[in-house]
Design a protein around this ligand. Structure first.
Ligand code: XUL
Ligand code: CO
Length: 436
């Protein structure tokens, strides 16, 4: 069989003292952390679009990355070769999950019927490759943002004909996700947003988006797809105002349109920072609303205000993210999908391995540090202490709804000035650093 990575053997765990670049220093899949293997905690997934379709193109120039598997002139041959290369990559890297958009794996044809036939052909090969290699689809999705027909949005397009096209694509993408036994399906509102209110009826667009989601839920039930639906928040880019701004915004949308029980969130690190939040904030916001679903593991650049989609390397961030994930019981249907791309000048095929190895090691370290923090109850004990007043007389009366403004005023007049308590932030940061 043809190999696309001939000089690369299966990546092994060698421990932190290994000097071999193509090895894991911290990610040891079978190592038990808090009663579960690292592999089961982290559930790493490779994303198809950046890893196998990324060319390094940017607004200033064309692609720089040339791959053997993408060299065929016939787009369907190219799609097949890319798929074989992808499964060789997954196996050599040692991940169990992958994610894709419909258009990543099979090229569009001249009409939807032909396009769907192409997709079916590739999906049949993918199904066999999944079972031959013990791989699972973490989630599928549709690309309803690249084709110019979607320039004014998909579900939020001013033309119902485009809405219909988007719905047809989503229908098929959910069906192929089901066919591949996908554990989930993601809605990222690619061009669901707007540039100017001079031409936009925001209320009507949001109603339409909700209608599209409702139809998706109905179709899911109709065909018996049992995977989890996710919304992936992002505040801006490509449009100025993306409707799925952040976790809080998505949750409000889901509640308003009575969709809250049908969706969880797929939180992406770089989208969180674009929204002016930390990655951990978005995870925590999702979790406290029962909506922590899956994660797009990447990072932005502190100096740049756009979605740089870099591979995660910051141990502080991976630690805090895993701390929140562990605190809320871990990932169930979801996983850590590397929605991350190589820098434009990282053109070697080995760079793809280095990038993923680095991301996996960064999360493995984050997991271990977070587990230790959790086991030692470092912050939990301090937080419990900080809110101790709420477990006593006054706090309990307020929490259980036994007080009103008159009663609280009476209490305050009788008891005088409250005693302030320090938040001890610097001390806590110092403690955290002793763990990192
Ligand atoms: C875009 C992004 C998407 C989604 C899937 O910023 O993150 O790749 O993850 O459509
Ligand atoms: Co993403």
């Amino acid at each position: 069989m043809k190999t696309y990575f001939p000089n690369i053997e299966k990546i092994k765990y060698e421990g932190k003292d290994s000097k071999k670049p193509l090895s894991f220093k911290f990610y040891n899949p079978d190592e038990i952390v808090m009663g579960k293997t690292m592999a089961d905690h982290l559930r790493f997934a490779v994303c198809y679009w950046h890893t196998f379709k990324g060319t390094g193109s940017d607004p200033f120039g064309p692609g720089t990355i040339v791959r053997d598997f993408a060299s065929a002139s016939d787009p369907m041959v190219q799609a097949e070769e890319t798929l074989y290369a992808a499964f060789e990559f997954f196996t050599k890297l040692g991940v169990k999950f992958w994610c894709f958009h419909d258009r990543d794996i099979a090229p569009e044809a001249d009409n939807l019927t032909e396009t769907n036939a192409r997709l079916d052909k590739i999906v049949a090969i993918a199904k066999k490759l999944q079972s031959d290699n013990g791989m699972q689809l973490l989630w599928g999705t549709t690309n309803a943002f690249s084709n110019p027909r979607f320039m004014n949005g998909a579900g939020t397009n001013p033309s119902p004909e485009v809405f219909a096209y988007a719905a047809s694509q989503i229908k098929k993408a959910i069906e192929v996700t089901k066919e591949l036994g996908g554990l989930g399906y993601v809605f990222w509102g690619g061009r669901e947003g707007y540039e100017t209110l001079l031409n936009t009826n925001m209320g009507r667009e949001l109603d339409h988006l909700a209608m599209l989601m409702k139809m998706a839920v109905d179709h899911k039930n109709k065909i018996g797809f049992t995977g989890q639906f996710y919304i992936e928040p992002k505040p801006k880019e490509p449009t100025k105002h993306q409707y799925d701004f952040d976790a809080g915004n998505c949750l409000a949308f889901l509640r308003k349109y009575d969709l809250i029980n049908d969706f969880k969130l797929n939180i992406e690190a770089n989208h969180a920072t674009l929204a002016g939040h930390t990655f951990q904030h978005e995870l925590e916001m999702s979790a406290i609303n029962g909506a922590l679903g899956s994660i797009d593991a990447n990072r932005g650049d502190e100096m740049l205000g756009w979605d740089t989609d870099q591979f995660p390397t910051n141990i502080y961030d991976t630690t805090m993210a895993m701390y929140t994930v562990l605190k809320h019981g871990g990932l169930t249907t979801g996983g850590l999908n590397f929605d991350a791309k190589l820098r434009r000048a990282s053109t070697d095929i080995t760079d793809l391995f280095h990038a993923h190895i680095g991301g996996m090691d960064a999360f493995a370290r984050g997991l271990k540090i977070a587990a230790k923090l959790q086991e030692d109850g470092v912050f939990e004990n301090i937080i419990t202490q900080r809110y101790a007043g709420w477990d006593k007389d006054l706090g309990q009366k307020i929490e259980t709804g036994k007080m009103d403004f008159d009663a609280l005023e009476k209490f305050t007049i009788e008891n005088g000035e409250p005693i302030v308590q320090s938040g001890h932030q610097e001390m806590l940061e110092n403690i955290l650093n002793t763990y990192i």
